[in-house]
Design a protein around this ligand. Structure first.
Ligand code: MN
Length: 326
């Protein structure tokens, strides 16, 4: 799992251990992500399936894309499709993903890069591996998270940000047993680069066997721990978790994760994504690619999309501008 790696963790700044009196968050629920296929058929795990939306708030949906080793000619992406009413955060751990949208945003993300797209009032986009990767095949592994927008910002102007892996905030624990990558938010005085309309934190941590991580966590944020690979325990009561499981935590000041002494052969460490944000506490109406407050707003989004109000699909160099049939 490359993402951003560091050879010698002892050179990194330390996250101070939380006070003894701080409240370690308990586990409210643990679910196992079902496997599914997205877009033109790439395998995903639906990380939040079956979790109460109030525990997820301000998050809506998350897919772990892969991890999969594609044969030559096999990699798949999505066709052009619309979104409205939320933001997507796409974090690439292994492999390469290309993005283009009707707002003129676009780019390639790879090993530890993150792309933030505010769909706002409406955007069309396409997400796919580059052509050379399709021909060559290779490893593909990433995460896409949907962050809700509050009612007042659902129709905001679309926006696109690319964050390079090198911008990610890096820190470790006192015993240097954990690599903490801060992708968004502030953790114990260490800052990550990402910014969304809804305040949130996102951390990718790699724990050596038996290592323990205590992350100071804003009490007004929710807290979710998703296991990308490996096994260990989460929360004050040390609930066992393993690859593809999500723990939603209750109230408190500290998120606790511990790696088991024995890890699977293929994954020498425990890799987790820790997420939290300020709950929006508004009604959620979610239909397909649209996340709004009411059913009528979702139907309106489908209508607007069908009328072509989400913008134009940009011209692709060399591609016909009229429909060609033969
Ligand atoms: Mn999409």
């Amino acid at each position: 799992m490359p993402a951003v790696t560091v050879q010698d963790l002892t050179v990194l700044p330390r996250i101070s251990p939380p006070a003894e009196a701080a409240t370690r968050r308990p586990v409210a629920d643990v679910v196992t992500a079902p496997r599914a296929f997205e877009g033109e058929g790439f395998p995903v795990r639906r990380a939040f399936a079956g979790v109460d939306l109030t525990l997820l708030d301000p998050f809506i949906h998350m897919d772990q894309m892969g991890e999969v080793e594609y044969a030559p000619g096999e990699p798949k992406g999505t066709p052009w499709h619309p979104h409205r009413g939320f933001e997507t955060v796409t974090y690439m751990i292994d492999g390469v993903f290309e993005h283009n949208d009707s707002n003129g945003g676009g780019g390639t993300i790879t090993n530890g890069d993150t792309q933030w797209m505010t769909a706002g009032g409406g955007i069309l986009h396409i997400e796919k591996p580059p052509e050379w990767l399709v021909q060559k095949g290779g490893l593909f592994h990433g995460v896409q998270l949907w962050v809700n927008l509050p009612k007042a910002q659902k129709l905001t102007t679309p926006r696109y940000q690319d964050l390079r892996g090198g911008d990610v905030g890096l820190a470790t624990t006192d015993d240097a047993g954990v690599l903490v990558r801060i992708i968004a938010g502030e953790i114990g005085g260490h800052q990550g680069p990402g910014s969304t309309y809804t305040p949130m934190s996102m951390v990718h941590a790699t724990l050596a066997p038996t290592a323990r991580l205590e992350l100071p966590w804003r009490a007004d944020f929710n807290a979710l721990v998703y296991v990308l690979a490996g096994n260990g325990t989460v929360g004050a009561e040390r609930r066992p978790v393993s690859t593809g499981q999500l723990a939603a935590l209750g109230a408190g000041d500290v998120v606790t994760v511990e790696a088991s002494a024995r890890q699977d052969g293929g994954t020498p460490s425990l890799d987790v994504l820790v997420l939290g944000g300020q709950p929006i506490r508004e009604p959620v109406a979610w239909g397909g690619p649209f996340v709004m407050n009411t059913r009528a707003e979702v139907l309106k989004a489908f209508e607007d999309y069908q009328r072509g109000n989400f913008g134009e699909i940009p011209a692709v160099h060399g591609a016909p501008t009229q429909v060609v049939e033969n």
